[in-house]
Every structure is written in structure tokens, then in C-alpha cells.
Design a protein around this ligand. Sequence first.
Ligand SMILES: Cc1cc2nc3c(=O)[nH]c(=O)nc-3n(C[C@H](O)[C@H](O)[C@H](O)COP(=O)(O)OP(=O)(O)OC[C@H]3O[C@@H](n4cnc5c(N)ncnc54)[C@H](O)[C@@H]3O)c2cc1C
Ligand code: SF4
Length: 334
Amino acid sequence: MRLPKFSYRVPKKVSEAVKMMVDSGPETSFVAGGTDLYPNMKRRQQTPRTVISVTRLRELREIRGDAATGMVIGASVSLTDLCEHPVIRRDYPVVANAARLISTPILRNMGTIGGNLLLDTRCNYYDQNYEWRKGINFCLKKDGDVCWVAPSSPKCWAVQSSDLAPVMVAIGAKLRLVSTVGDRLIDAAGIYNDDGIQYLHKRPDELLTEIHLPPVNGTRAVYKKLRRRGSFDFPVLGVAASVDVASDGVVQAASLVLGGVAPSPVQVREAEAALVGLPFDDERIHAAVEACYLKARPLDNTDFVMGWRKQMTRPFVRRALEELQRCTATGNQD
Ligand SMILES: Cc1cc2nc3c(=O)[nH]c(=O)nc-3n(C[C@H](O)[C@H](O)[C@H](O)COP(=O)(O)OP(=O)(O)OC[C@H]3O[C@@H](n4cnc5c(N)ncnc54)[C@H](O)[C@@H]3O)c2cc1C
Ligand code: SF4
């Protein structure tokens, strides 16, 4: 498969990048590592005429801060640098560990944290070459008028398959978006939209510049990923869990987020309510597991049978919470 023709531009400053985006018009995309955008362009799922690289923007490659102050990670930091950064590994091991589970070492050298958080949604009927998609008369997400997964649905159910998205939502990260009209800092949870086509609450002209991780303040977090091959594969279920447990063993705050089961990360408020204000024991973990099981409604549009993927919610949420229970008991992080 070949890339279509496009103009490639390489700004050196953020102000230059966002101006270029406005000047180039609507058929323009930012690109970082290109490990998602370029395969999509080869399959003609996305066909920008101009591509603006964000890899030479120095500000987007910086990492600063620590557990006490919170950390700021530039959007163009590679997944490899994220996995290997000593402060991230020490203070936010859940971020380094989740990044290490993404794709392959070579793709992690190219792929960035920003590109990962803004990944296109995925579906078996969409992640195919042009001829294959033409053979089924395309689908709602691109060039067609029916959803082959849920034919009576007016909505696309393509799946949010980023490994870092549920983690960022669970730990309460914030994202900085910059455009020619100003900048805004939004909760990671606020950028995702439960629609496989309009999957982001972000304007195309907005550049993601920074990811802000909050101070740790005793919170512990883990990420568990279900995929076919342990070597590399997109998640068909991701469980990000974080808890803050007081010295008397009572849960002060909790967050349970499921990835790979819907067009956006799914925050399971019922599971959080089952834990907060109560001892972090097996009974509450069981209640949280059941709440997640009820909330997970995967459809038949990724790898594995959807009924089995739903069943797997139970052991994966249980493993995540039991690991957190062990680390809060022993005082280890992750
Ligand atoms: C074989 C294979 C396996 C993979 N496995 C996984 C996996 O297991 N888990 C997983 O999560 N991902 C996986 N990926 C997807 C991808 O490699 C990673 O998600 C990677 O982090 C994407 O980052 P990138 O910089 O290459 O994104 P790009 O392709 O450069 O960009 C992705 C999207 O984000 C936009 N974008 C990028 N940076 C910015 C910015 N700063 N501001 C605004 N918009 C921006 C682009 O316009 C594009 O729409 C896999 C990919 C392949 C090819
Ligand atoms: S969920 Fe439906 S509309 Fe969306 S990509 Fe899949 S088949 Fe297409």
C-alpha cells in the first residue's frame, strides 16, 4: 500500500505550527510518529492534503517535575522515552508500564504519547484497505451509510484502543491544547467522546502540547491489558485502576476506567462508589468487579468473541484491584 501524495511541513515553533494549520485549511493533519496516521492514509481512511509534523517542536519533547509537584510531559515524547524516563518509572510506574505494553520496540521509538492519546478509533470493518472496504460498500465511519456492527444504529461504535487513554483518565491527567485563538487545559476524561466518528472533543486546529500528571499524594495506580499476543497487539480490554487508601485502610478516592470496549474510555462510577469510604477488602473488590462487568458492553468489532471479552472484565478488574490491595498493604508503588 502506498501513501497518497501530500505536502509535508515542519514547523520549529508552536506558534508557527498552529498558524500553519489555519493557513493550510481543513484538509490538514498534525503528525507525530506517524504510526497511526500513515497506515490510515495508506488505507485511504484519512486523506489529508497537508501534513504538519510536530516532532521538531522542542517544547513538545520536554519532561519536567516529579511525584511531589506533578509532571508535565511534552506531547511528542516518544513511548520509549516514556518507558525509560527514571522519574516517570519511579513516580508514575503505571504510565511507564502501560507505555511498555504498546505495540513493538521499533514502533515505540517512533510513536508518541500525544499520538497515542489522540489515536483514531478502531473496528474490524474499518481497519482494512480501500478495496476491502469498497467490497462491503464502506461503512458509516468513512464513505458509507451503514454500520456493519450495529446496522440499525445511527452511531459508529469503533473502539478507543489507546493503552494510555484509560490510564490518563484514571489518574486525573490534564491535556493542554493550543491554537491560534488561545490555549486551554482540560481533563483527559473531557477530551473523549462516545462516538466512533467524532471521538474527540477537540477542534482539528488544536495542537496537543502537554500532558499534566497530577501530584501523586499517596495515590496508587495499575493498568492491565488483554490482547491476543503478548509480544504486540492492541488492547481488546484495558483496565486502569487507581486508589488512595488512608492509613486506617479506608479508601479515600478510587477510579476505575475500562479501555477497548467502547468509542471512549468508560469510567465506572458504580465501581468507584462501591469502594470509596469503605475498607479496601475482598467484599468491596467483589462489588467493584461486578459493577465493571455490568458496565462493559463490548461489540463484535475487534479481536476475540465479544461475550468472552465481557467475561474477561471480571478477572482483569479483580487482578488490578488485588494488585493495588497488595501494594497498599506493603507500601510498594505499583
Ligand atoms: C502494528 C501496530 C501495533 C500497535 N499497537 C498499539 C497498542 O498495542 N496500543 C496502542 O495504544 N497503540 C498501538 N498502536 C498505535 C500507535 O503506534 C501508538 O498509539 C502511537 O503511540 C501513536 O503515536 P504516533 O506519534 O505515531 O501518532 P501519529 O500517527 O503521529 O498521530 C496519531 C493521531 O494523533 C494526531 N496527533 C499526533 N500528535 C498530535 C499533537 N501533538 N496534537 C494534535 N494532534 C496530534 C494525528 O493527527 C493523528 O490523528 C499500534 C500501531 C501499529 C502500527
Ligand atoms: S462500528 Fe460500524 S460505522 Fe463504526 S467503523 Fe465499525 S462498521 Fe463502521
